[in-house]
Design a binder for this molecule. Structure first.
Ligand code: NAD
Length: 245
């Protein structure tokens, strides 16, 4: 068990592995395919230019799947930890599903965007991202922006695009006492580099700790102080003990 004195600042980074036990497939486990698609076809600006209907079919399927899944004990354990730590808790997820929110997490950032939102593809357009549960399967289905007429795209950060809220995220990371990563293969940057920031702070004489939880050692395992091997839904519920400072 990891003892966390009340008043500590805890930064948790989650990857696809935290949602695996809810029935959402990760993609490293499936030979680099994400639900049977090459990632560059459905999650890159080039894929969008080539075949926007395929991209929307893919995310429409993900939206449909999202309605059929529920949070698992790992999501619940993180929501409970947030309840205990309040503003000392920060969750940064690479996942686009809404399972953390469904479990009760509130202080979270979706660094790679959200499945349940869309936005205009034109970066110069001022239409803000909006909640969207629409399912689009053909070119004709793809809605047009009411302000500029460009196509509406998923509010997802694709490979090669800039993650959201990085500045705030690095700030919180630079001040945390405990950094926990759950179910992330440690290859997608910048998230894979967060643990190096913790190492760097240790080299400068600070004392943040870092822990990885997942079914196998991630690519960046050597940078963590501790690696706990196991399924997130089995490990997380008993991992943290918050005690009076
Ligand atoms: P990844 O697919 O690269 O790696 C998943 C990791 O989770 C692997 O290391 C695997 O060993 C581990 N894992 C599998 N089952 C687990 C379990 N039950 N408990 C704990 N760990 C488990 O995922 P990533 O590192 O998050 O990066 C992939 C990118 O793919 C992310 O940017 C994300 O946006 C996207 N993605 C998102 C979802 C989602 O929203 N649920 C699903 C697939 C991919």
């Amino acid at each position: 068990m990891i003892e966390i004195p009340r008043g500590s600042r805890v930064f948790v980074l989650t990857g696809a592995g935290v949602s695996a036990e809810s029935g959402i497939r990760t993609f490293r486990d499936a030979n680099g395919l994400w639900e049977d698609h090459a990632v560059e076809d459905v999650a890159s600006p080039e894929g969008w230019e080539r075949d926007p209907a395929l991209v929307w079919r893919f995310y429409s399927e993900r939206r449909r799947q999202a309605k059929a899944v529920s949070p698992n004990p790992a999501h619940a354990a993180l929501a409970r930890l947030e309840e205990q730590l309040g503003d000392g808790f920060f969750l940064c997820t690479q996942n686009v599903d809404a399972l953390h929110e469904a479990a009760g997490s509130r202080r979270l950032v979706h660094m790679h965007g959200e499945l349940s939102r869309s936005r205009c593809e034109n970066p110069g357009c001022d239409l803000p991202p909006f909640a969207d549960e629409g399912l689009y399967f053909t070119l004709e289905d793809i809605p047009r922006c009411p302000r500029c007429g460009a196509r509406i795209r998923p509010h997802i950060v694709w490979f090669g695009e800039m993650p959201f809220e990085l500045e705030r995220t690095w700030q919180v990371l630079g001040a945390c006492d405990l950094f926990v990563t759950v179910g992330s293969s440690g290859v997608v940057h910048p998230a894979a580099g967060f643990v190096r920031e913790i190492r760097q702070r240790q080299l400068q004489g600070e004392h943040p700790r870092s822990v990885y939880v997942g079914v196998e050692r991630p690519a960046n395992a050597s940078a963590f102080d501790e690696v706990v091997l196991g399924r997130a839904g089995e490990v997380l519920p008993g991992l943290f003990g918050v005690r009076p400072a």
